[in-house]
Ligand binder design. Structure first.
Ligand SMILES: NC(=O)c1ccc[n+]([C@@H]2O[C@H](COP(=O)([O-])OP(=O)(O)OC[C@H]3O[C@@H](n4cnc5c(N)ncnc54)[C@H](OP(=O)(O)O)[C@@H]3O)[C@@H](O)[C@H]2O)c1
Length: 246
């Protein structure tokens, strides 16, 4: 039986799932990217780029392309597309799986400050230090733009977009990162406090270990909740199992 799986991508897990599905005979796999990153890495299977036009647009795409299963493997903070995917799956009856890597958990020695939003992170910062390492993505700097007294080192894959704080040093880099590399970076820039989203995963976790080793506080922006009634699987193997392809 042939099937067509649409993967909503933009993550390492989506890439790994595309590779696993492409190796199966009779499975057509398409990965959808938002088009935010200038040079996305290579992907197995077919690739389409750009928004669908909301939940209705996605539902139309599922019908037109004969999609038999939808996997939402987007980033844990990509809230709109996840809501749209749930609505489009409900509207079309296409079976859907949400693949979300587990969030990070603090361990002994971690000085974490969980906050519900980037704005809340910005509100906390002046009490925690003056030199900030910001790893919340290139679109999130606006929340910190009013913090004119603080020095920011902002790391992202592509250049961040204004508005951003006036005293910002931009580092362009793509993970994975190592603990020795992150430790050296925190030392070199004399960082007092780190801000991160709870993205989870190994590729960008080294900064957390480096911060713990150096005794630095970390402001951790918590994930938005999944849509009502939606549960996620934590890894590619579980997603394949849910699709009946395990
Ligand atoms: N947010 C993050 O921190 C983060 C980090 C790393 C990677 N990413 C990846 O970057 C992409 C965009 O993230 P975001 O936070 O801007 O998402 P978002 O706020 O949830 O999505 C905004 C709009 O972008 C379009 N879109 C998002 N993901 C798409 C996809 N995979 N394929 C086609 N269209 C997509 C949709 O447009 P329409 O309504 O027109 O369909 C969606 O309504 C996601 O695919 C995500 O996996 C996000």
């Amino acid at each position: 039986m042939s099937c067509h799986v649409l993967i909503l991508g933009g993550t390492a897990e989506a890439r790994a799932l595309a590779a696993a599905l492409s190796a199966r005979p009779g499975v057509r796999v398409t990965t959808s990217l938002a088009g935010r990153v200038a040079r996305p890495g290579a992907l197995d299977g077919e690739v389409r780029v750009g928004g669908f036009g909301g939940a209705e647009g996605l539902a139309g795409w599922l019908r037109r392309e004969g999609v038999t299963a939808l996997v939402d493997a987007t980033h844990p903070f990509a809230e709109s597309i996840t809501a749209n995917a749930a609505r489009a799956a409900a509207a079309t009856g296409v079976p859907a799986v949400v693949l979300r890597r587990p969030g990070w958990r603090p361990g002994p020695g971690d000085l974490w400050h969980p906050v519900p939003s980037l704005d809340a992170a910005a509100g906390l910062l002046p009490r925690l230090g003056r030199r900030v390492f910001l790893t919340t993505g290139r679109l999130g700097l606006a929340s910190f733009a009013h913090l004119t007294e603080l020095h920011f080192v902002a790391r992202s894959v592509d250049p961040p977009e204004p508005p951003m704080p006036p005293d910002t040093h931009v580092l362009l880099a793509r993970g994975p990162f190592t603990v020795p590399g992150e430790t050296a970076l925190l030392r070199e820039h004399r960082i007092d406090v780190l801000v991160t989203k709870d993205s989870g995963g190994a590729a960008t976790a080294a900064k957390l270990t480096a911060a713990r080793d150096l005794g630095l506080p970390v402001v951790v922006v918590q994930r938005p909740p999944l849509p009502d009634g939606v549960t996620a699987v934590p890894d590619v193997a579980s997603a394949l199992e849910r699709l009946g392809l395990g």
